[in-house]
Design a protein around this ligand. Structure first.
Ligand code: TYM
Length: 331
């Protein structure tokens, strides 16, 4: 069975972008893949995290993932820091990866902005650790949103260079598995920015724990323009906020954007936003409710992660031990 690996940072509550771009596809892949899903707390530390918040958010995200349909009995769910193989391989990859490659990473440029000198060294080498996350399991398929494509390409460059430097065929090619729809869900306040946990405005995103009233309010306040919806896709070209809402409706209702415009073209945003709210609430409310229920049993959530870490280590340890032997470490 093809092995899948993917991760999410426990830096806040997963939002609709995380869900549609990644988590929903993780759930679907469980049917016919061997899946390993990780709360990447080591990655979270690349920007300051209050320790109590990090612990709480790790539990919350575990609850959201379980509520969304991740099955820890058949697959593996764990937090990254509990499996030492990640940092062991991450260090080796820091020595394989090139500064020139890291300098091209657009996500680092976006996150660091103009104030580069003041960011952690961890934020800079983050993509090397991400390559280690995947390759420590020799996973081949990686379900992610569009923003992670460049990191997966870098992971392939690292894998190839490792094979070349040590004269082995140890790592094989990784494939980014990016959904055809909703691979880049945009902010509700600004159609040129992606929906993000780190956006200062809570109105910019729909959290997977939002209740019906909150969703309704956020969608009503979502930025739009004054024109009614067009009846074909060309009419959305210069309208990023409208395009985002049409895209969201399409994926939640199981339609193509063209079909949405056939049904709603000519409509004003008032009725369209109501229809979007209804379909969104129908998806999110059961997940939000189940998340709240799961959060009442923290020992259970933590035992799921501990069990997952033991099973993840059993796969990654022999692989990373072999890498350590190949590079010349005495055992
Ligand atoms: P993170 O925590 O930023 O996001 C988790 C997943 O959600 C996707 N995503 C989105 N998809 C669509 N629209 C959006 N607005 C949106 N925002 C986020 C992301 O693409 C991602 O799939 N570096 C990763 C975590 C990671 C990882 C890995 C992933 C660490 N190691 C190994 C895969 C394999 C990250 O920061 O994701």
């Amino acid at each position: 069975m093809t092995r899948v690996f993917s991760g999410i940072q426990p830096t806040g509550i997963p939002h609709l972008g995380n869900y549609l771009g990644a988590i929903r596809n993780w759930v679907a892949l469980q049917a016919d893949h061997e899946c390993i899903f990780c709360l990447v707390d080591l990655h979270a530390l690349t920007v300051w995290q209050n320790p109590a918040d990090l612990r709480e958010q790790t539990r919350q995200q575990t609850a959201v993932l379980l509520a969304s349909g991740i099955d820890p009995a058949k697959h593996i769910l764990f937090n990254q820091s509990a499996v030492s193989a990640h940092t062991r391989l991450g260090w080796i990859f820091n020595c394989v990866s090139r500064l020139g490659w890291l300098n091209r990473m657009t996500q680092f440029k976006d996150k660091a902005g103009k104030d580069r000198e003041n960011h952690s060294a961890g934020l800079y080498v983050y993509p090397n650790l991400m390559a280690a996350d995947i390759l420590a399991y020799k996973a081949v398929r990686v379900p992610v949103g569009d923003d992670q494509r460049q990191h997966i390409e870098l992971a392939n460059d690292i894998a190839k260079k490792f094979n070349h430097d040590y004269g082995v065929e140890f790592f094989t090619e990784i494939e980014a598995f990016v959904p055809p729809q909703a691979a880049r869900v945009m902010s509700l306040r600004d159609g040129s920015k992606k929906m993000s946990k780190s956006d200062a405005s809570a109105q910019s995103r729909i959290d997977m724990t939002d209740d019906a009233d909150t969703i309704s309010l956020k969608i009503r306040r979502a930025k739009t323009d004054a024109e009614p919806l067009p009846s074909s896709l060309e009419g959305l070209e210069e309208r990023p906020e409208a395009r985002n809402l049409v895209g969201l409706y399409a994926v939640l209702a199981g339609l193509t954007p063209e079909q949405v415009l056939t049904q709603h073209g000519g409509e004003g945003f008032g009725p369209f936003k109501q229809a979007l709210t209804d379909v969104m609430v129908a998806h999110i409310e059961p997940i939000a409710q189940e998340t709240r229920r799961l959060l009442e049993d923290v020992p259970h959530l933590e035992s799921v992660l501990r069990d997952g870490a033991v099973r993840a280590s059993a796969i990654a340890d022999p692989i990373v031990s072999e890498v350590e032997r190949l590079v010349g470490f005495l055992k």
